[in-house]
Design a protein around this ligand. Structure first.
Ligand code: B3K
Ligand code: ZN
Length: 900
């Protein structure tokens, strides 16, 4: 496969000013007439025009209205004899394509009889020949023609300027988009859809029409998405002064979609999973996802669409920034300080269990990658989530201790300058960082910008080691911070990173101590940010007189940098942080560390996993959290959830997935039994009855009740008690909403109770007409603990279930993806049958949808640290796939890197 290198970037030789696109939509043969106005790019030496195209049937090419010579070369349409000089010329290209046969779901395809498009990253070339690259921005006018009865709704980007009837039962619509855009933001939709409409007046007094299009019958599930959209619009204007620049903003939902959603200008296309929500069909987590994905795509309207990427290596320019923006939006929506902390903890959990794993494995790549074979493989956690952390660190590094301690004002200034400078342009990550620095001269970011930008260039997760010394006589606390980043593929040696370390110091009794660095005239508050930029740095805190014990450092508050922190804190210190830290994140982290250390000890011990992994002091500390009179119930639930199996696997050199599972199960059982009365209390003290509302306060209560029920059913597994499983089953039957049903069923499945079977049966009966609930039904089974080694057989049987549809990405992911990505102890079987299953599914799916297959292929990329017999068997499965003839470039790139 050909590899694209970041350093090979050259500006386009031609520019496209206008595109006039006419599509006669037909499932079997769609005719596309593309009339473009082009001109030579005066900045580039004259050369032939090479237009990208994939799977197109070319019928005609006209240059300024007359026939011309052209050739096809490796898929590209090449025109050599174009008029010299700067004058614009017109090309007319007539092609056809077959949407019905499009199973990749890239370009123009059909989903349940409706036409949809997906163009990012390189799908537009499946619709017409084009300069399909993000730095070519054109104004589009689009005419859609189709049968009126079959396709009553015709949508594209921008404003509807004309529509009407045609002969033969056909009709047409003309859309004009006033904003120049790259081809990846083009979209059309044509089919039978209904819509919810909302008129709004923006802050500046302008009217806008918001519309959400769905299939008939789904309209009652669009209210939450509409509320989320309105909230996102108001938020971007209030926090960053960025208004909606369109008269009409549309969201359309489809159940056949390769990813979550797509930010096409004015016409976002969404996976139904991130639009539709009703109490009966969606869980709290689903509601939260709808809110954040609707916001994410909307926020792209500025960060991505008004200013886009020069090339795909800069993807994090729009994705990291927009994830940061949607995270901030969700935090601001959460309102209370504790709900904000809960959101931050959830985001960090994803980052640490999944992105850190990516950064430690064969797919490790910088936030701004240097090369790719298939760009779709680089829509990764590193580009998105680590990219968001890089943006977050910039906010921290432009902060001003006195005036703007969080850096929000400085960051908003930087964003304003970025949009002023680059509106309408396709730019790079350097341009973004430069605007941030220029808007904040004198800030830590501005003074260390070049070194800071190593976060874009160097892969891998840096390790920070903290050591401290306390001199009680002098009242001096010396903190030494050391950083080191392990080698990653192609990057054996790393330069030091610029790492903001937010911290506080606590006295042994939990009091927050005033912070004064050597050389400062007075203490400034009890929390501040140090900047670690050398391999080793010492920070001396003074004025700490009268302390009997050394202060306890609370480091990396709110997870101020995406690093792995090692401290020498003992269990007493961790319990003090757990009980008293003013930083909620570190309070949670202290609880996680207490559990983690003992879990690692159990993992490394020889012999069977012991039932008493946690010591009494830890159990008491956790009990105190659970019973705490003031803490947020969602925070309690996060704190009392043991580190995940994926996170544990990252902490060890030798990974034994079933043993990791056994250790975690042992801890869960121990917590369930030792805190039994407390769980009963938690369950009863947080009633969840009454009408469902997705707000943070009531969902927090449900989080804790759900965990309590889970624990009580697990305790019943040991005691043989029938009451709690019975209650869980009853809740499955009478569930007032999906969160309750989902949690109760999970409690039964995760305790291996026989009542899970009839509960599953009922769920299927009741919800078999709802695709999104069926997805959950498959996912619940595929991710359940494999108590007796029969789960693989069950998953295999479910492949033949009448409701299983391999070609539907959501359904394939719900069964196969859940099993392979979310159930390590069931996938990694000593007999290798899990890998055989993985291999067969990857090959099967790759034959029709390489993107979905490539994602699945990543499930065993981290075979290297596995213990035997897993290691050899996983490698064998990977090389079997790699040797398969006719593999897509997508899957080939993943397995090749995994085996390298
Ligand atoms: N920009 C799209 C992702 C496109 C993925 C292409 N393989 C959705 C998003 O990040 O908002
Ligand atoms: Zn995005």
């Amino acid at each position: 496969a050909t590899v694209v290198l970041r350093h090979d970037y050259t500006a386009p030789a031609y520019l496209i000013d206008r595109v006039d696109l006419s599509l006669d939509l037909d499932p079997v043969k769609t005719r596309v007439l593309n009339r473009m106005q082009l001109r030579r790019n005066p900045a580039v030496t004259p050369q032939p025009l090479r237009l990208d195209g994939t799977d197109l049937n070319l019928a005609r090419v006209l240059l300024n209205g007359a026939g011309c010579s052209f050739r096809l070369d490796a898929g590209q349409l090449v025109l050599e004899n174009l008029p010299a000089g700067p004058d614009p010329f017109e090309l007319e290209i007539f092609t056809t394509c077959c949407p019905e046969k499009n199973t990749h779901l890239m370009g123009l395809y059909l989903s349940q009889g409706t036409f949809f498009t997906q163009c990012e990253a390189e799908g537009f070339r499946r619709i017409s020949y084009f300069l399909d690259r993000p730095d070519v921005m054109a104004r589009y006018r689009v005419t859609l023609r189709a049968h009126q009865a079959a396709y009553p709704v015709l949508l594209s980007n921008g404003n509807l300027v004309e529509h009407g009837a045609l002969e033969g039962g056909r009709h047409y619509a003309v859309w004009d988009d006033p904003h120049p855009k790259p081809s990846y933001l083009f979209a059309l939709v044509a089919g039978k859809l209904v819509q919810r409409e909302q008129k709004i007046i923006s802050r500046s007094g302008k009217p806008h029409t918001l519309q959400i299009y769905v299939r008939a019958g789904d309209l009652d599930k669009t209210e939450h998405a509409m509320q989320s959209l309105m909230a996102a619009i108001a938020w971007d204007e209030a926090r960053f002064g960025l208004p909606l620049d369109l008269e009409r903003f549309m969201i359309v939902a489809t159940s056949d979609f390769n990813m979550g959603a797509m930010e096409n200008k004015g016409l976002n296309i969404f996976n139904t999973k991130y639009v539709l929500a009703s109490p009966a069909s969606a869980t709290d987590a689903d509601y939260a996802h709808v809110e954040s994905v609707v916001a994410h795509e909307y926020l792209h309207n500025w960060s991505g669409n008004r200013v886009t990427c020069r090339d795909w290596f800069q993807l994090s320019l729009k994705e990291g920034l927009t994830v940061f923006r949607d995270q901030e939006f969700s935090q601001d929506m959460a309102a209370s300080a504790s709900a904000r902390a809960v959101k931050r903890i959830e985001d960090v959990r994803v980052l640490r269990s999944s992105q850190f794993a990516e950064d430690a494995g064969p797919m490790a790549h910088p936030v701004r990658p240097d090369q790719y074979a298939e760009i779709n493989n680089f829509y990764t956690l590193t580009v998105y989530e680590k990219g968001a952390e890089v943006v977050r660190m910039m906010q921290t590094l432009v902060s001003d201790a006195a005036l703007d301690p969080l850096g929000r004002a400085g960051f908003a200034r930087g964003l304003k300058l970025y949009f002023e400078r680059h509106d309408g342009q396709a730019v790079t990550c350097d341009d973004f960082a430069q605007a941030m620095a220029d808007a904040n001269p004198g800030s830590a970011l501005a003074t260390q910008l070049e070194a800071f930008k190593r976060w874009y260039a160097q892969a891998g997760t840096p390790r920070v080691q903290a050591n401290a010394q306390f001199d009680p006589a002098l009242g001096q606390y010396t903190l030494e911070l050391r950083q080191h980043c392990p080698a990653t593929p192609g990057q054996p040696h790393k330069e030091p990173f610029v790492i903001p370390v937010a911290l506080g110091l606590l006295a042994a009794d939990g009091r927050a101590l005033p912070l004064q660095l050597e050389g400062e005239s007075q203490a400034t508050g009890t929390s501040r940010t140090l900047v670690l930029s050398a391999p080793v740095q010492r920070f001396v805190f003074t004025g700490l007189v009268g302390l009997e014990h050394a202060p306890i450092p609370s480091l990396l508050r709110s997870f101020s940098a995406p690093v792995i922190l090692h401290t020498e804190l003992d269990a007493d210190a961790l319990r003090t942080l757990l009980a008293h830290d003013s930083d909620a994140f570190n309070r949670w982290e202290a609880g996680q560390l207490l559990m983690l250390r003992q879990m690692l000890a159990a993992l490394h011990a020889s012999g069977p996993v012991r039932p008493d992994v946690l010591d009494a002091a830890t159990l008491e500390a956790l009990r105190a959290v659970l019973r705490h009179p003031e803490l947020d119930p969602a925070f309690k639930a996060l704190l009392l959830t043991a580190p995940s199996e994926a996170y544990l696997a990252e902490q060890v050199q030798q990974v034994d997935p079933p043993r990791i599972h056994a250790v975690r199960l042992s801890v869960r059982s121990q917590l369930a039994q030792a805190l039994h009365a407390d769980w009963v209390w938690a369950f009863e003290a947080h009633p969840t009855e009454g009408a469902y509302r997705p707000d943070a306060v009531s969902s927090a209560r449900r989080d804790l009740t759900g965990l309590a029920l889970n624990m009580l059913c697990l305790a019943a597994r040991a005691s043989g008690d029938a009451v709690w499983p019975g209650k869980a089953y009853q809740r499955c039957k009478d569930a007032a909403h999906m969160t309750e049903l989902h949690q109760s069923l999970q409690a039964l499945l995760h305790s291996g109770h026989a009542l899970a079977e009839p509960a599953l049966e009922r769920m299927h009966q009741r919800h078999r007409h709802d695709d999104l609930v069926l997805d959950k039904w498959f996912a619940l089974q595929a991710s359940a603990p494999d108590f007796d080694g029969t789960l693989l057989a069950r998953v295999q049987a479910l492949l033949h279930h009448p409701d299983f549809k391999l070609r539907n990405p959501n359904r394939a992911r719900s069964l196969i993806g859940s099993f392979c990505h979310a159930n390590p102890a069931a996938l990694h079987r000593p007999d290798g049958a899990g890998y055989a299953f993985w291999r067969a599914r990857v090959l099967e799916i790759d034959a029709f949808n390489p993107q979905v297959a490539a994602r699945l292929a990543r499930a065993i990329e981290r075979w290297q640290p596995l213990v035997e017999p897993y290691r050899s068997a996983a490698r064998k499965a990977l090389s079997d796939v790699a040797q398969h003839p006719g593999l897509s470039p997508d899957v080939l790139e993943i397995v090749t890197r995994a085996l390298a």
